[in-house]
Design a protein around this ligand. Structure first.
Ligand code: PLP
Length: 451
């Protein structure tokens, strides 16, 4: 902590003494000190020492429209003046919740016209479990309760979210998963595909879902939940054969499909929702993060007309909700954010212009001696660090190549995340070509420094 300004040291000391950070070794942080981020603009964040860093992760995959969007800030401010809080319980609503619901119905796939509000992605996935079980009970099938998910998926940090997720370290700490949740393998070809060709591997991984349903019995299985692209697991992109087969299986065995769009939603893949990139129709969608570009916390679960009809006609009261479900200021932020996206036609820009440009530039890193693979879609991408390309070998675990690379990135002015030895990016969708060039050049320099 030496060589830092007094102000930075003071913030670090307060933080170390009184704050427990999420997903952080808090003891190690006490020695090293936090990086104190003080302000941000566009695609850049600034720390208390005056360093300017290109935010290659859009915060936590959420600041899709970048920092400092005045229209969103103004909408929040105005809403706080008019109605800082009211709830959506017991037959009440407020104008921003009503208007946002209609706006979401406009951008959602055509067969989805209703949403339930939460405060976060984790709360969405908790809600989803109760909602699908309630739905099946309303259809006279109360035994359809089992949720199938994937190893190494991330669906949040609440008990139910972490149980749905397939992150082993999270399961180890909480006695998870909770009952009636099970997992199949992920479609991660680079790590687990061996010599199999990607399409055969994709089909095999999809058919694990069928095997699991047959093992448990169709009458026990409520739903399959998955991220279109597994984000926190390392930007895992399934081979082309995977998703159509998954959908066939869900339809054939009458299993609901939940698309967790907390990362993939709101333009990241060049479509409003990641399921649209793959041409699959979910029964439910979980969304959060990009819905407000992270300016305020908000989540929403969208349901298909079929599920909505079941819930409305047979379901009775849904005994579920959060004090901050559809907070007025968060809804105002979402409305302003979505309108901004529409005005700038940002989704088309990601699909046709800046997304292809990012992917083309990112792919140039594949020739680097420690890069085993680059991959990506739209505004999300990954690369795999390897010690040798042929035969392919990973770095020794003790080298912590991913963490080393991440630290070099920060020193060089770029935030890139490490998932083991997979380096990942998900920059704001408003990034310019010049900024993409800077991102890729900084990533290359950081790879050189790691080598
Ligand atoms: N689902 C996915 C796919 C996520 O990536 C995340 C968070 O990163 C969540 C759910 C949980 O969202 P939150 O952190 O808002 O609870």
């Amino acid at each position: 902590m030496t060589g830092l300004t007094e102000q930075t040291q003071s913030w670090q000391q307060l933080d170390a003494a009184h704050h427990l950070h999420p997903f952080t070794d808090n003891q190690a942080l006490g020695q090293k000190g936090s990086r104190v981020v003080t302000h941000a603009e566009g695609v850049y964040v600034y720390d208390s020492e005056g360093h300017k860093t290109l935010d290659g992760m859009a915060g936590l995959w959420c600041v899709n429209m970048g920092y400092g969007q005045q229209a969103v800030i103004d909408a929040i401010t105005e809403q706080l003046k008019v109605l800082p809080y009211y709830n959506l319980f017991f037959q009440s609503t407020h104008p921003t919740a009503a208007e946002l619901s209609a706006l979401l119905a406009q951008v959602l796939p055509a067969h989805m016209n209703r949403v339930f509000y939460t405060g976060s992605g984790s709360e969405c996935n908790d809600t989803v479990i109760r909602m699908v079980r309630h739905y099946w009970a309303s259809q006279g099938k109360p035994d359809k309760t089992v949720m199938i998910s994937r190893h190494n998926a991330y669906h949040g940090s609440t008990m139910a979210g972490a149980s749905l997720g397939g992150m082993k370290p999270m399961h180890q700490q909480g006695g998870l998963p909770i009952p009636d949740i099970c997992h199949i393998d992920q479609p991660y070809h680079f790590e687990e595909g061996g010599n199999q060709d990607p399409e055969t591997f994709g089909l095999e991984r999809a058919r694990q879902l069928e095997q699991k349903i047959l093992e448990l019995g169709e009458d026990r299985v409520a739903a399959f939940i998955a991220e279109p692209i597994q984000g926190a697991g390392g930007v895992i992109i399934a081979p082309d054969s995977y998703w159509k087969e998954i959908k066939r299986i869900c339809d054939q065995y009458h299993i609901l499909f939940i698309s967790d769009e907390v990362i993939c939603g709101f333009g990241r893949t060049g479509h409003w929702f990641g399921c649209q990139y793959y041409g699959i129709e979910p029964d439910l969608i979980s969304m959060a993060k990009g819905i407000t570009s992270g300016y305020l916390p908000l989540g929403a679960v969208a349901v298909s007309d079929r599920v909505a009809q079941g819930l409305l006609s047979q379901g009775g009261e849904f005994n579920h909700g959060f004090t901050y479900s559809g907070h007025p200021a968060a809804c105002a932020a979402a409305i302003a954010n979505i309108k901004l996206m529409q005005e700038q036609d940002i989704v088309t820009r990601v699909r046709d212009e800046i997304g292809p440009y990012l992917q083309q530039q990112w792919a140039t890193l594949a020739d680097h001696p420690i890069v085993g693979e680059t991959r990506g879609i739209g505004m999300v991408a990954a690369l795999e660090l390897v010690e040798n390309k042929v035969p392919r070998t990973r770095f020794h675990k003790d080298k912590e190549a991913g963490m080393v690379c991440r630290e070099h990135c920060i020193a060089n002015g770029l935030i890139m995340r490490a998932v083991g030895d997979t380096m990942i990016i998900a920059p704001p969708l408003i990034i310019t070509r010049t900024e993409v060039d800077q991102l890729v050049a900084t990533a290359r320099k950081s790879l050189d420094d790691t080598w």
